[in-house]
Design a protein around this ligand. Structure first.
Ligand SMILES: Nc1nc2c(ncn2[C@@H]2O[C@H](COP(=O)(O)OP(=O)(O)OP(=O)(O)O)[C@@H](O)[C@H]2O)c(=O)[nH]1
Ligand SMILES: [Mg+2]
Length: 179
């Protein structure tokens, strides 16, 4: 088997990084959850203070390590550490936030330079709070900032949605010889 690939999940507090990795991982993920007021503001109890680490063996035989970044900016010193050697990034958005599009562009700006060929996919979650969904608006804002990326509405609590993000990212990597 080839060496494991590393994929990073990034995005703001509550976007669903820890949830996505728990949904995907074949093994119980390593987590670093701590109760926090900022988490409660995002409608949950805990926040990631260092990283999440899960692992998935894809049907094609590739072993993928899944690293979740902490969303809180005060833990951003972890971002370069967990991005080192990553082959791509999944950027998650919380569409309930009014500033979600700007925040997403900021996360892509932050993480695209850390992965080969800027290979990122964007998963927009909590789309049920906003009708109609504004997936195109994310794509347009990213393109205006110089990032032409796949953008998908997802509910990362559903394993098949989280898996779709990985598959799109890996397909893109193969297309750009990033793997
Ligand atoms: N209603 C709804 N809830 C969602 C959706 N996606 C994720 N969630 C929930 O949102 C929360 C996300 O929490 P986490 O996975 O801890 O978020 P995180 O991105 O790891 O946040 P930090 O580690 O604090 O940066 C969980 O309670 C999920 O069940 C969605 O599409 N709709
Ligand atoms: Mg987390």
């Amino acid at each position: 088997m080839s060496h494991p690939y590393r994929i990073v999940f990034a995005g703001p507090v509550g976007a669903g990084k820890t949830t996505a990795i728990a949904a995907l991982s074949d093994i119980p993920p390593i987590t670093t959850e701590v109760a926090s007021a900022e988490a409660e503001a995002a409608g949950k109890r805990t926040t990631t203070v260092a990283f999440d680490l899960g692992q998935i063996l894809l049907p094609g035989g590739d072993l993928v390590q899944l690293y979740g970044a902490p969303g809180q900016a005060r833990f951003d010193f972890m971002w370069p550490l967990i991005s080192a050697g990553a082959i791509g990034a999944v950027i998650l958005a919380d569409d309930r936030r009014t500033d979600s599009i700007d925040v997403t562009v900021q996360y892509v700006r932050e993480f695209a330079p850390r992965v080969p060929a800027g290979n990122c996919v964007v998963g927009v979650g909590r789309t049920e709070y906003r009708r109609p969904p504004r997936i195109d608006v994310y794509g347009d804002a990213l393109a205006a900032a110089g990032f032409v990326l796949p953008v998908m509405a997802v509910d990362v609590r559903r394993r098949e949605h989280a898996l779709l993000l990985l598959e799109v990212l890996l397909a893109r990597l193969e297309a750009t010889d990033g793997v």
